[in-house]
Design a binder for this molecule. Structure first.
Ligand code: NDP
Length: 258
């Protein structure tokens, strides 16, 4: 028989990295609206506190905030241990924290390359690695990795960012294959151009970007963080129990348009 509420996240415990702003905040709000307990993980404590307070108030959800750098394995393990102690389980993880350094390939310092790859690729792997024992203990789990249009397309000033976002799709497929027998589904979301701090900076740096995005996106607008919530709730809920290893564009048609 069909569950009457396959999209409900009632009593679930979801960690969202980068949940204190932008796309992560949009996803965290979607989870709270669907009934989940939410854990906001990022570095900026003031932004974490604000997100926790506002989500808690608006959605009447249990929300915790943790200052944690996703490039640091010890921090991640500590954070997950504490989440498990406080909320009893961890069964949803969204690897959303990310950053970019835009330069021509020949201009990158090796340290800059490392920083992008460490945040966008090694960080998600470390979080998946740390969450696995908790999901295994629960008997099921949902992992959502945030890719990008650069998981598909190239860009002159996107060498490490594109490499990290292409690799996140392959990481998703490997983890999905490995952990399917444990009832853990691992999927990716590939956002199009979404209005956040990250792209506000890009709009300042790249002349004509705003107009190009509007022209190149069939929906004729920038996405907003809440546009990601529906797909994230689907991938975090029982509705997607037979969906694993896929990368779903949420892009207003950007990736279908030549
Ligand atoms: P923002 O810059 O608004 O948010 C990035 C988030 O990541 C912040 O919450 C930041 O919090 C957190 N973060 C960054 N580094 C770390 C770290 N080392 N440890 C913990 N948290 C960290 O960007 P967006 O919301 O736009 O981006 C979110 C994700 O979506 C990224 O992975 C990005 O690549 C991806 N994306 C964005 C698109 C867009 O158009 N906006 C398009 C495609 C993909 P804090 O600084 O407090 O640590």
């Amino acid at each position: 028989m069909m569950d009457a509420t396959p999209f409900s996240l009632k009593h679930e415990v979801a960690i969202v990295t980068g949940g204190n702003g932008g796309i992560g905040r949009g996803i965290a709000e979607g989870f709270a609206a669907a009934g989940s307990h939410v854990v906001v993980v990022a570095r900026n404590q003031a932004k974490i506190d604000k997100a926790v307070e506002e989500i808690q108030q608006h959605y009447n959800a249990r929300v915790l905030g943790f200052s944690c750098d996703v490039t640091k394995q010890t921090d991640i393990k500590e954070m997950m241990k504490e989440v498990h102690q406080k909320l009893g389980k961890i069964n949803i993880l969204v690897n959303n924290a990310g950053m970019n350094i835009r330069k021509m390939p020949q201009d990158y310092m090796p340290e800059e390359w490392d920083r992008v790859i460490e945040t966008n690729l090694r960080g998600p792997f470390l979080c998946c690695h740390a969450v696995y024992p908790f999901m295994k203990e629960t008997g099921s789990g949902k992992i959502i990795n945030i890719g990008s249009m650069t998981s598909i397309f190239g860009g002159a000033k996107l060498a490490p960012y594109g490499a990290s976002k292409g690799a996140i799709v392959q990481l998703t497929k490997s983890l999905a294959t490995a952990w399917a027998p444990d009832h853990i589904q691992v999927n990716a979301i590939l956002p199009g151009w979404i209005d956040t701090d990250l792209t506000r900076q890009a709009r300042k740096d790249i002349e004509g970007l705003n107009e190009r995005v509007l022209e190149r996106t069939p929906s004729g607008r920038w996405g907003v963080p809440s546009d990601l919530a529906g797909t994230a709730v689907f991938l975090a809920s029982a509705a997607s129990d037979f969906v694993t290893g896929v990368a779903i564009p949420v892009d207003g048609g950007f990736s279908t348009f030549l």
